[in-house]
Design a protein around this ligand. Sequence first.
Ligand code: NIG
Ligand code: FE
Length: 413
Amino acid sequence: MTLLIKNIGQLYGINQTCSLRLTGNAMKQFLSLKDSYLLIDNETICAFGSMTDAPEQADTVIDAGGAMVFPSFCDSHTHIVFADHRAQEFIDKINGLSYEEIARRGGGILNSAALLHNTSEDSLYHQALGRVNEMIARGTGAAEIKSGYGLSTADELKMLRVVRRLKETTPLTIKATFLGAHAVPAAYKGRQDDYVTLVCREMIPLVAGEGLADFIDVFCDEGFFTVEQTSRILEAGAKYGLRGKIHANELAVSGGVQVGVAHGALSVDHLERSGKAEFDVLQDADTMPTGLPGASFFLNIPYAPLRQMIDSGLGVALASDCNPGSSPSCNMKFILSLACIKMRLSPEEAFNAATINSAYAMGVSHTHGSVAIGKRANIFITKGIPSLDYIPYAYTRDMIGTVILNGKIITGK
Ligand code: NIG
Ligand code: FE
């Protein structure tokens, strides 16, 4: 089956060199082609070029009518399997409590863990499915999803089985991350090392045994897990082939970047409190620093210094961090706007960060994150957008016309 999109005003995100990630100055260019076509064969992009060279026929033809086409967003850091919401903590925040104060009172992640414990796997699946559908409708084609609201062996497995079911039943490309070390559960209060032992000796082997996770994560930050504990968990995960993706430096300068890089982590995420020491460690690493501006916006905390990172030659990724406590939104277009407005990325840099580099940060940039022959046909066609810059500028305006995932039309205008 072939699908031809003709009369594309501008086709963006072209990756002629098939780079797996972009760094420094290379992030400034988001390559495009005017007046073009894109041809899809089954699940794959098989040709694109100038409209004058477009094939005359295909099984299905879409006339883009001059609209733009983009590679789908890759959202490399989410927590979309959770029960209900935490809107009541939103009010606590308005009244002046910080994220850490809410957590110390037994709210925060522990609140979500209690809610999840009392929710069936089936109900969790249906709640998460609604979020997946919203992500798809907003232009996301691939997402990483973490556990971490279980905090017991049974409930962590329950979450990861929901992620597996989402993988099997939705067109979203999904990678799963085991985040048993998201918080110390109430039953282990004062026995943090014992909980780390449970994560390493019991949870990791069971998670890996069922093939439920692609990656492993630790919340390495003040009040959560130390560098030593993070190191233990990363070592235990590596024995089962689980590569790290670390929550680092959100609340304090935690050492999370250094320990992540030392263990060959694929990404280190958050980074709100980081500077030259962290940039230096990242320079020669295969680790992708990932900014989560939705959490900075929602928690009123500093934004990660992605501008300085790019200026120092690093590549950066962007993700939504969609979760009920610090970033209750999966809208990657809003993440682009925050990256431009608050982090001073250019629209081109923000798009690269949210496509090819975020694909790298979830281990799929060989197949996703750009327009290239042989890559997965995950794209969206815009509606009524006058320029690339207009997308992050008009920060609440919907821009999605048609979504195509795996070569199939999912939603259309
Ligand atoms: O990435 N910082 C740690 N974890 C999540 C928040 C989880 C929650 O509050 O439920 C984050 O921001
Ligand atoms: Fe997170």
